[in-house]
Design a protein around this ligand. Sequence first.
Ligand SMILES: Nc1ncnc2c1ncn2[C@@H]1O[C@H](COP(=O)(O)OP(=O)(O)OP(=O)(O)O)[C@@H](O)[C@H]1O
Length: 307
Amino acid sequence: MHLLTVSGIQKWIGGEHILKGISFKQDRFQNIAIVGESGSGKSTLLRIVSGFTQADEGEVLFEKQKVKGPMEKLIPGHSGIAYLSQHYELRNNYKMAELLQYANKLPAADAAALYKVCRIDHLLGRKNDQISGGEQQRIALARLLVTAPRLLLLDEPFSNLDLINKNILKSVIRELSEKLKITCLLVSHDPTDILPWADQIMVMKDGAVIQKGSPWQVYKHPVNEYAAGLFGKFNQIASNGKTMFVRPEDLHIVTGTPNTLMGKVKKVHFLGNAFELEVMLLNELVTIRTIDSSIKAGDTVHVALAN
Ligand SMILES: Nc1ncnc2c1ncn2[C@@H]1O[C@H](COP(=O)(O)OP(=O)(O)OP(=O)(O)O)[C@@H](O)[C@H]1O
């Protein structure tokens, strides 16, 4: 049985067709990530799944039951689904422990375990103005999780976080399914946030899902230039009348083996853990990633396509 079944969702806002027939299914503990450019409809879709926005057509089933929208229900939302928006707010002048206790539906031991998973147990005695932005976000998350949801919808959870808080939140999200048995559906802009995490990625453009697949599929075999660009740099290489999207790390600098092309290195950029080369190859500038620190601008190199 699928945890979530979304069928034929359509949404118009102010005469604009915002969602154009979105359908997908999510199993329990399956990590699904939604990516897409700004304005492609990701947040609207999450809000419809959560029951906070009314779909014009289509249906959301959660644990086989229809998720009702605000026009069908007095108090919007679904008790089994938690939605952490980009714009969460914590009430002022309360200690964090009070905020959490107020929402809590869990036995004390489970709540304590959850505070540990969310890395907030040391913040419980503090007030709003005594915690950082990243900590506030984890409190807001814990406040949703103490209501014992089975599905958590996260809208751009990493967007305003520095690297340290981002890594903490990534660990928290990983532990949600393992330790707390909560399934996550996540919207993000950043490929590095979702490629290692997701079981399935849905790529959205202009209110439609244009590609669904494993992280490997969408990264290595994007359906078009737009999908390729969402996951970082790529080269377009024509081969047998078809356009291939080739990632910089899939072009290799080799020495003297057959089936290689000769190119001239134009620029070398240091990335920290690798170098990115701009190489003129068959009158096209291509990007190649390498760990070889000896290659310099002006060098002639042999390039092969990884199998
Ligand atoms: N309440 C609203 N009133 C008018 N237009 C809206 C409203 N909500 C969304 N839209 C429009 O619907 C489209 C989709 O918005 P949505 O926020 O779902 O996109 P998104 O992919 O989540 O974008 P972002 O990544 O920037 O958050 C946008 O063009 C937006 O301007």
